[in-house]
Design a protein around this ligand. Sequence first.
Ligand SMILES: Nc1ncnc2c1ncn2[C@@H]1O[C@H](COP(=O)(O)OP(=O)(O)OP(=O)(O)O)[C@@H](O)[C@H]1O
Length: 255
Amino acid sequence: MSLLEVRNVKKVYSSRFSTNSVQALRNVNLNVEKGEYVAIMGESGSGKTTLLNILAALDRPTSGSVYLNGKDLTKIPEKMLASYRRNNLGFVFQDFNLLNNFSNQDNILLPLVLSNTKPKEMFRLLKPLSRQLGISEILGKYPYEISGGQKQRVAVARAVIMNPELILADEPTGALDSKSTEELLMLFDQLNQNEQTILMVTHSTKAASHAKRVLFIKDGEVFHQIYRGDRSLDQMYESISDTLTLLATGGVRHA
Ligand SMILES: Nc1ncnc2c1ncn2[C@@H]1O[C@H](COP(=O)(O)OP(=O)(O)OP(=O)(O)O)[C@@H](O)[C@H]1O
């Protein structure tokens, strides 16, 4: 059994106020194994965010199923979803989504607080994690007092502190300068080396070249995929760039 199984997922957005409907996802099928690092790429409007929102159980598909560890997310009752997400998924967003009136430490501890974890256990988890992420010195500061790269590290700490099955990242390097991008990608590499499964939506060829597999979405379907195999980062970067060019000109075979 794969960690994540997406079966025949379709999503149609329809509006009460017009007869127009948009088929954002036509028929998505994909599996993610435990310990994988997968990037999802595709042109603007291809359905990446829609897919990520469905995988995050923030939105429901029009039809189809999403299994995480064999459990169908689309069947979880609404009132159980928040705790399901907190216990199983870690989120990293382009714009960090930190609470500005909470210290960095409190931002990181929030999922533990919401799960009624004892303070002693919280600090047992927080200390080594903040050392690993290089944020021990800024725990007492507030998000508005630190740099973008530091904010993203705090956000990663919040995402991993519950030891989630899967990290879902939406353009995690989108708001970072090149040095912080490099640092974040190295951090993701490190997390993945420690068996953390990561699924990342990105427009950045550089970010995607760190993944072990890149899926390309086109018109609401998985259109093509490439495995990293034993390619170097530079070789992977080139393969992704070539594929993006071919995709834009319609010349790549189906996955
Ligand atoms: N809430 C919504 N209501 C109606 N249509 C929507 C909604 N959200 C997305 N769409 C449409 O669904 C399609 C897929 O959008 P989606 O945001 O998933 O694409 P994307 O690949 O993430 O794009 P980008 O890279 O620009 O973020 C687009 O045609 C978009 O206009």
